[in-house]
Design a protein around this ligand. Structure first.
Ligand code: FAD
Length: 495
């Protein structure tokens, strides 16, 4: 009587491969579509999803429910406390609704792939066709191979192939059709599913009233907000992306990552719309800022392709085996100082405080703080990876793991291990006038000129910093750099 679409990390009605397929089949069969969203608190726990991100998903689901409602499509919502019961419950629901076809979009992490495989088998037994679709990546994982037929482990040649592949298969960028309205009578028949259950944050992910207000103002949820942000970005700022993207104070990047992570915006939509405003109407050539922006969205695909081919990276292992034996420091005081933004390195502290307050961090700052944790403090990069996940509104396993692997030199196509960012030089280069630092580190607002980057090296700067209780650097740069090089070399067995 119905075709079901199971929403997961694809909280949108437009340009949604699985939903679109479900709707097309329903039309062919002359039946209606039912959407289902299962809130699994254990899943959120297991994946370390941050409270603001859980809240963002719930807000997005509520908005999606309204959009679906206008199409006479019910969105059935249920909380299933135990993660292992999600599959059984889905099968039961499909049977209850007498649905012979269930669609969803693939998630590529091993647990999720195993779950989907189990579902195929469970549903076959009940004579139901379970049909997961590629949707999350612009180019489906496994499509791009090196000349020798292998998965790429280096971004640049992979990216060239990615562009060529999309130019050769332009349909991959086409917008997936919107579902049509469910047939008349569907609403009456399934009245009990419309508006059933209001999703609520589990206690472990709750936000205070102040936090709710803050995150809601910063991060409007849902696909309409996503498209609005993307359209404005593409018409106002993307042209300058390449020239400005590395300067955190400029607020010049797209800020759509929370939408990509929750699936309120498809990466495909972003790439297509950017291509369409390019003067060449291609992914390459034309306006430099657009080409560059598309190549950043491609990194998201790259890390997913890597994850599908080398799933052990989801199991707390570094991509590069030889980096398993680095001897890390165990220093809770240092870890706490890093988390709280009290390391005595102003750019690091400003960046960490911005994360704690907004749930977001600029990419340049993510690299600086990640490098600082793994190399200056020599703390295990996985501690930082987890801290980011539990605080980011755009937390995304593949991109976060990829970013940490890059910055700590343990990942795929990483920064070479001997390249240790000098936080002061990074600060001088990317926050030249200290605007970003002054925004976030109150204690240093009155520090004048260049002293902002390293106040204790300047007489007046030191006075202000000391008076306001700003800490001295918790590790000495030169010592930290040498310790890092020695420990990394010993760990990976180099002289
Ligand atoms: P823009 O610069 O406007 O880029 C557009 C889109 O491209 C982004 O929204 C994002 O979807 C994608 N993108 C851009 N850069 C990257 C990248 N390096 N890797 C993968 N995708 C990218 N990104 C996340 O979405 N979630 C994470 O959990 C995450 N963790 C990171 C951790 C570290 C240590 C590092 C170094 C990077 C991490 N990134 C992560 C990548 C990047 O920092 C963010 O995607 C970006 O800052 C988001 O801001 P934006 O939307 O303004 O990006």
């Amino acid at each position: 009587d119905a075709v079901v679409h199971w929403f997961k990390r694809d909280l949108r009605v437009r340009d949604n491969a699985g939903l679109s397929q479900a709707a097309a089949l329903a039309k062919e069969k002359g039946v209606g579509v039912i959407g289902v969203w299962i809130l699994s608190p254990q899943d959120w726990e297991a994946h370390l999803v941050s409270p603001p991100k859980c809240d963002f998903e719930i807000r997005s689901v509520e908005m999606m429910r309204k959009e679906l409602d206008a199409l006479n499509i019910p969105l059935y919502i249920e909380t299933v406390p135990a993660r292992k019961n999600v599959t059984t419950r889905l099968v039961e629901l499909a049977e209850e609704w007498n649905a012979k076809n269930v669609f969803c979009n693939l998630e590529y992490e091993p647990d999720e792939l195993r779950r989907e495989e189990r579902l195929v088998r469970m549903m076959v037994e009940k004579d139901i066709n379970f049909d997961p679709q590629h949707d999350d990546c612009v180019v489906p994982p496994g499509s791009l191979k090196t000349g020798g037929g292998k998965q790429y482990a280096v971004y640049t040649p992979w990216y060239r192939q990615w562009v060529a592949y999309l130019h050769a298969h332009p349909h991959l960028l086409n917008e997936r059709p919107m579902p049509e309205k469910n047939p008349a009578g569907f609403r009456e028949k399934y009245a009990r599913l419309f508006g059933a259950q209001k999703p609520e944050l589990p206690i472990s992910k709750s936000l205070t009233e102040e936090e709710k207000e803050r995150f809601h103002a910063l991060w409007p949820a849902g696909e309409a907000a996503a498209l609005d942000r993307l359209e404005r970005y593409l018409s106002e700022k993307v042209g300058q992306y390449q020239a400005t993207r590395n300067f955190p104070a400029q607020n010049s990047t797209g800020r759509v990552s929370a939408h990509h992570a929750a699936g309120t915006l498809a990466a495909r939509t972003s790439v297509r719309m950017a291509r369409d405003v390019n003067s060449t109407k291609r992914l390459d050539g034309g306006i430099e800022g657009i080409r560059c922006w598309i190549s950043e969205v491609a990194w998201r695909d790259f890390y997913r392709h890597v994850l599908v081919h080398w799933p052990y990276i989801c199991m707390n292992k570094p991509f590069k085996f030889e980096y398993t034996n680095i001897e890390w420091e165990y220093n809770d005081d240092h870890f706490r100082a890093w988390k709280e933004g009290r390391t005595g390195y102003p750019i690091v502290d400003a960046a960490m405080r911005s994360l704690n307050h907004t749930g977001y961090m600029h990419n340049r700052n993510r690299m600086i703080t990640a490098s600082f944790l793994a190399k200056h403090l020599l703390l295990d990069w996985r501690l930082g990876e987890q801290y980011f996940m539990t605080h980011l509104i755009d937390g995304d396993f593949a991109s976060n793991n990829g970013g940490w692997g890059f910055s700590s030199s343990t990942g795929v196509d990483p920064q070479p291990y001997f390249r240790v960012f000098n936080p002061w030089l990074q600060s001088q280069k990317f926050d030249e006038n200290g605007e970003f630092i002054r925004q976030w580190v109150e204690e240093l607002r009155d520090v004048q000129g260049k002293a902002i980057h390293n106040p204790y090296e300047d007489k007046k700067g030191a006075e202000v910093a000391k008076k306001n209780g700003y800490p001295k650097p918790i590790v000495e740069h030169k010592f930290a750099r040498e310790r890092c090089l020695a420990r990394y070399k010993a760990g990976i067995g180099r002289d």
